[in-house]
Design a protein. Structure first.
Length: 92
């Protein structure tokens, strides 16, 4: 989804950056949950994760609704044929 919005030239670079950011966020979340479980126990970890989800889910829904009106990816030049050339029968 993210790379579809990027221009053609840096698309792979953008996708790679997003992939690295997601991997780092996952590693940080795993580390933080391990520390929280070690110091406070699983019940506190469950409450913290529930509170985080309670805040993050509405924010994600609001962001998705806001971006859905203009989230269509741009079409490449190959796909842009005028309707006149696409729908006219071949000359005989």
């Amino acid at each position: 989804m993210t790379s579809a919005r990027a221009p053609d030239e840096p698309r792979a670079k953008v996708q790679g950056l997003v992939d690295v950011a997601i991997a780092i966020a996952g590693a940080a979340g795993g580390l933080a949950s391990g520390v929280a479980a070690a110091f406070a126990g699983y019940p506190i970890l469950a409450v913290l994760c529930g509170a985080l989800a309670f805040v993050a889910a509405p924010a994600a829904i609001a962001a998705a609704r806001k971006g859905s009106s203009h989230a269509r990816p741009k079409r490449s030049g190959r796909d842009r044929k005028s309707s006149a050339t696409r729908h006219t029968p071949a000359a005989r």
